[in-house]
Design a protein around this ligand. Structure first.
Ligand code: ATP
Ligand code: 4MY
Ligand code: MG
Ligand code: MG
Length: 357
């Protein structure tokens, strides 16, 4: 039996995301706390479904954006998690990291930033040495667009300038930074922040660089790969990492960055990838930010997400209450002004009309 009926959350997710995220364990826990999770049917218009107190979504495209706008116009009090305009910034690997450069965190011995990077929009620039003369090789070539497609995850570790002509712009060329082969993934769910370790690309030493036969190495979603999938016949680039030996970044530092990003991006549901620059030991680089990542990989994700849903609903109810109170006190004021002006009796219907003006 639910303690309190909070509301209905409609979720609009691609099938793969739905399968990983909407587990019975999440649905049951949420239900026990008064939250009902209901699938949005992508075959129908969003505005014709529900009503939902909140819409949770990770879908792309203009049509979906239009549907959200229409829904919001019809149900102004509904919460959209998150606003499509805020999510869009993460669909481009330059605007995605711009926000990091704007963040200020004081009173810490650790520092943070992003790796040096440039964007290349066309083939002419790709073969123009002036374009990338300031970059130190190796670099990682990443598709500029991060739209969730398999293509947007296809990367290449590029060792030489000659290999650049194998790439297809628009791309971002980002300096590869040695970081001990371990990446930190920081999951953010509203106020909640959880950092986990994952496998990453191994360090590239100068000898290794010299011993490389290929001058370009393609890969995709390293941190999600099983060990045996890893770079297949290129195992010399990948040693099994001892994740346990790697020290975590200080939690308070990670939380400061997470809160700063959340506030600056106006997003509640995202994760970011952080590496520790091996040259310094206390310098951290943010290399990627993902909207609505694989939360189910986070231990205890059901509780974290359910707590968050309850907070969202609580806030929504409080705001509705305040709005109601404001209308109510305005209501009283109008009556008072009218009475001050003379002994006029206002009927509830007239009062309603007065307030609507
Ligand atoms: N500048 C860098 N220096 C060193 N390694 C990097 C750098 N950028 C990316 N990597 C490695 O490449 C991987 C993929 O890069 P990135 O996270 O940008 O791609 P993605 O496809 O957006 O990943 P995700 O699956 O997290 O969305 C990282 O997890 C990390 O192992
Ligand atoms: O399921 P989705 O397609 O959303 O995949 C996302 C994936 O989550 P998954 O684990 O559920 O696959 C995320 O993994 P973690 O960072 O949590 O490891 C991350 O790779 C995102 O970049 C992916 O989103 P995309 O960039 O492709 O939109
Ligand atoms: Mg990543
Ligand atoms: Mg990404």
């Amino acid at each position: 039996m639910a303690e309190k009926r909070f509301g209905i959350i409609g979720y609009a997710l691609a099938p793969k995301k739905q399968n990983s995220f909407i587990r019975d364990s999440l649905v049951t826990l949420a239900k026990s706390r008064g939250i009902e999770l209901v699938r949005v049917d992508s075959e129908k218009e969003l505005v014709d479904q529900g009503p939902f107190d909140c819409v949770l979504h990770k879908l792309y495209g203009d049509d979906w954006k239009r549907q959200l706008q229409e829904f919001k116009a019809r149900y102004p009090n509904a919460v959209i998690l998150d606003a499509p305009e805020s999510i869009e910034r993460l669909h481009n690997r330059i605007s995605m990291l711009q926000v990091v450069s704007e963040l200020k965190i004081e009173d810490r011995s650790e520092t943070f930033g992003i790796p040096k990077q440039i964007v290349i929009y066309d083939r002419e620039t790709l073969v123009d040495p002036h374009a990338w003369e300031s970059l130190k090789f190796p670099v990682i070539a990443k598709p500029l667009v991060a739209d969730g497609s398999a293509k947007s995850h296809k990367m290449a570790l590029v060792f030489t300038r000659d290999a650049l002509n194998q790439l297809k712009p628009p791309i971002v060329l980002q300096e590869f930074v040695n970081h001990g082969g371990v990446i930190f993934k920081v999951y953010v769910v509203g106020e909640h922040v959880r950092c986990v370790k994952r496998k990453s690309l191994p360090d590239v030493s100068e000898e290794k660089e010299l011993g490389v036969s290929e001058d370009l190495l393609s890969f995709s979603q390293v941190s999600n790969m099983a060990n045996h999938d890893m770079l297949e016949d290129n195992d010399r680039y990948y040693q099994l990492m001892h994740l346990d030996d790697t020290e975590m970044p200080p939690h308070a530092f990670v939380v400061d960055i997470a809160r700063g990003l959340r506030c600056a991006m106006k997003l509640n549901l995202f994760n970011f990838d952080v590496i520790r620059d091996s040259r310094y030991g206390n310098r951290y680089l943010i290399i990627d930010i993902n909207y609505f990542p694989g939360y189910a990989k986070m231990p205890g994700y059901e509780t974290v997400l359910t707590d968050f849903f309850c907070e969202v609903m609580n806030k929504k109810q409080q705001e509705e209450q305040v709005e109601g109170d404001e209308v109510h006190s305005y209501d009283k004021d109008v009556t008072k002004i009218l009475s001050d002006e003379g002994d006029i009796t206002v009927s509830p219907k007239e009062k309603e009309n007065t307030l609507q003006v």
